[in-house]
Every structure is written in C-alpha cells, then in structure tokens.
Design a protein. Structure first.
Length: 475
C-alpha cells in the first residue's frame, strides 16, 4: 500500500504502478520495514501536495487485496486499514487532514480494530442519459461512438470509462473491437470460480430472480451493479464460446448493426436462441401471462414452457405472417411446425406478426408462440394483429397459442390491459426489464435511440430529395 502511494506521488498511473509492483517479488516487499518507510512516504506526500492541506486516501475493492480463503482476505484488509490509519496520523502531525476510504463490492462482514462494522452505501446506477452525456464530452468520439459506448457500458460507469480510455489510447480500432478486447480483459483477471459463478448468476437471475441467484452465487456480487446487471462485455465474453456465431454474440453485435427497422426482431430471435441454448424457460422471473376468464390452462403451464436447444432460424414463410387465404396450406404448415426452428417471414411486409416459435411443455405438448415486435407505442394495433392471426390458426389447429406483444414505448400497466381472447404477454416499458433482465435490457433500450436516429436521418434524406417548392413557399 505504501509503495503504491509513493508511486502515485511520482506520477505513475494505477496500471503503471501495477506493472512496477509485479516486478517486485513478495520477499522483497515483505523485507521493507514500515517504521522507516512510513515517514519517508509521508514526507513525499507532503512535498507532492504543495500548499494543499487536504487529502483523500482510498482503497477500492479491498476484498481483492489477497487471494485465498476468507481469513487471508480479512487479514490483508486489516493490515491495509491499519496502515491507512498510521499514514493519516503521520500526515496529521504535518498539518494535513486526511479522509481514508475503504470500499468493497462484496458484502463480506469484517470489522475495524475498534469494532465498527462496514457501512453499506448503495450508489444509484447511471442512466443511459447520464452515460451518454458523459461520453459526449470526449472530443474524439462521434455520436455513433457515444451511443454504442452507452450500450456496451450496461449502466456500469467503469465499463464506459475503460472504453473511452482505450479509444483515446488507440488500443482498439473502432467501437466494435471493444466487445472482444474488453471481454478478454475481464476474463484474464477472473478466477475459474468467478467465471463460473457469474455465468450461473446470469442464467439464474433470468429464471429465478436476482436475490435467489446472488444467494446461490455470492462470488458474482463484485461484478454486478445495483440493478443486478453484469457488464455486457463480460457477459459477451463468458457466453461467446468457441463458435464464430453464437446467440449471445449475435444479440450484442449483429443485432446492433442490422437495419434499425429489424433490430428489435433480431434481438428477440437471438435472445430466444440464448434461452434455448441455456435450457431456460421461455418466460423469465416476474413475467405474467394474462389469460381469458374461461381458459382451460393455468398460468403455471405457460411459465414452464421451454424452447428446443436446436432452435435455428428458418427461411420458411408461414401463411399467418400476413393475410391468410389458403386454409389447406395453413393446415399443412401447422402440422409441420418444428420446435427446433424459429420461423421468419420471407417478405419485407408482414402486417400481423413478425416471427413464430413452438415452445414445449414438460409433457411435450406444443404451444405456438406468436410475436409482434414494434418499437412504437401502438399497443392496440399489435393486439389486433396478433388476435387476427391467432383466430385464423384456431380455425385449423387445437394447439395452445401464446401471443407476445413487444411494444417498447408503451407504458400500459398490466392491470389495465383490455380483455383478450388468447393468452397474452405484453413487453413494454413496464415489463421490459423482467423480460430481458438486467444484463440484456440495455441493448434493447438502445434500440429506441437508434430507431429515433434512423427516422430523423430518413426525414432529412427525404427533405433533400424532395425540396419544398419555392413558389409554394412564397405564396
């Protein structure tokens, strides 16, 4: 600790200090006697401060000061706290007032020598607006860079700070390079136990909620924020796997760069593929199904639905993507739908629904899941379109049908939804975090920013191509 303080007064950054201290072996460091090193460091700090008479000494993430079991870590923490006190006292005698701060992202009980317990401070997670405002102050970043930095930060101050620092030092070329490099940077500093714990935390946080997931995997606590979110770049690295294209890779990267009008649809497909890969239920913790009053199934039946692990995209165009005219074809297609596929329309226009998957109950009963994906606020249109498609399917099919309306800008509370003839899930501003969970919701919220930008650009292009008539303006 004293050596790091000394290096700081010499102008060394944290990274440079790490490199210097790594060169020194533990025997060399332990042979240094604090009784002569302490006054030397205090004198150097006083000279470094100049006329200033106030100083903050901070130790961040103190539970990472030593590896090993809990007693080893607690001893390291107590040693550092003791040294903080001694250095503060030395400086006080020189007329310098010190504030010593020791923080830990992991709630592990320890007490100071005087018997005081730790003080829990819950700092609010930054909003996307806060992160964008901060990132926009960097002169080297374009507006697109800022948007993507906010996306990969995932409401983690440290992630966006690290990304900006890497851009300024040109360690990577372009924002997309952050996903691979920042994820690798995370993994190199993580033990095998921590990697496994964070992976399992993300999976269980989706299916069982934050409290249960954290209770089962407490090692993940130092990597999450107050919302329960793991940095997206870390999640990307943990689930990337050895394949070039994986669901989580596509969710964070390919879905980000596709046409803005298709972005939500692509994110939804890849998130379903991720759930299938991890054998997660179709509906995560906190998602409610609104059932018709006389429906023969219970809500628990839908909450137990899962997707096939072999889920893949299908180029097949099912007839209920648009206006249905051939009932014979419809019946044949319904009998052939496979739980191992995600069905997409081949055409650009599909007024009723955007994609279809077939979910399975624990007893292997099939349930057709119809999605309507929109970034706008028109919930009424989405519900009407889903209802039309579901009614046509019901004429020829006895399988259960679940309608999922994804309308991002809508704010209707679930208790205020109108009566609906089919089992229904609404994904809007109220339920968005429950559907995508804390780690993944930022990528979807970013779409509203990107979609708004694409509409502005389209309007500007249209204005340039069709300038207003001067005579009409003068008239």
């Amino acid at each position: 600790f004293l050596l790091r303080v000394l290096l700081t007064t010499m102008g060394r950054s944290n990274l440079a200090s790490d490199a210097t201290l790594d060169i020194l072996d533990s025997k060399t460091v332990s042979s240094l006697h604090t009784h002569w090193l302490l006054p030397a460091v205090a004198a150097e700090v006083k000279m470094w401060l100049g006329d200033c008479r106030h100083l903050v000494l901070a130790v961040d993430e103190c539970m990472q000061l030593a590896s090993g079991n809990s007693p080893d870590r607690l001893k390291a923490v107590k040693d550092v706290v003791s040294m903080l006190g001694e250095l503060s006292e030395c400086l006080r005698l020189e007329g310098i007032k010190c504030l010593a701060l020791v923080s830990s992202l992991q709630e592990e009980p320890f007490r100071s020598p005087s018997g005081r317990s730790v003080c829990t401070i819950a700092l609010p997670s930054p909003s996307q607006h806060d992160l964008a405002k901060w990132a926009a102050t960097e002169k080297n970043l374009t507006s697109t860079n800022v948007d993507e930095l906010v996306l990969l930060a995932g409401s983690h101050w440290r992630s966006v700070s690290t990304a900006i620092d890497k851009l300024n030092r040109m360690e990577v070329l372009g924002v997309p390079g952050f996903w691979g490099q920042m994820g690798t940077d995370y993994l190199t500093k993580m033990s095998t136990l921590h990697r496994s714990s964070v992976r399992l935390y993300i999976v269980e946080e989706y299916s069982r909620g934050r409290e249960m997931a954290l209770a089962n995997h407490p090692e993940a606590q130092i990597y999450i924020n107050n919302e329960g979110s793991v940095p997206p770049t870390l999640a990307f690295a943990l689930f990337r796997g050895s394949g070039k294209f994986t669901p989580i890779c596509d969710f964070f990267t390919n879905s980000l760069h596709v046409d803005a009008t298709k972005q939500l649809e692509c994110c939804g497909v890849n998130f379903d593929r991720f759930k299938a890969q991890q054998q997660l239920p179709l509906l995560g913790a906190g998602i409610s199904v609104t059932l018709p009053s006389d429906y023969p199934r219970e809500e628990q039946w839908f909450q137990a639905l899962t997707l096939s692990r072999q889920a893949a995209q299908s180029p097949c165009t099912l007839p209920w993507f648009g206006r249905i005219s051939d009932s014979v074809q419809l019946c044949r297609e319904l009998n052939d739908v496979s739980p191992a596929r995600t069905y997409h329309p081949a055409g650009k226009t599909h007024p009723w629904i955007h994609r279809v998957v077939v979910a399975l109950s624990p007893t292997h009963e099939k349930c057709i899941v119809l999605y309507h994906d929109k970034t706008d606020n028109n919930l009424t249109e989405a519900l009407e379109s889903l209802s039309k498609a579901a009614h046509e399917i019901r004429k020829k099919c006895t399988m259960d049908i679940l309608c999922v309306a994804q309308v991002l800008q809508n704010r209707t509370k679930l208790c205020n939804l109108p009566k609906y003839p089919f089992p229904l899930v609404v994904i809007n501003q109220v339920s968005l975090k429950n559907w995508y969970r804390a780690t993944f919701v930022g990528a979807v919220e970013y779409q509203l920013v990107r979609r708004a930008g694409s509409r502005i650009n389209a309007a500007e292009d249209s204005g340039r191509q069709n300038p207003p008539n001067k005579a009409a303006q003068q008239g």
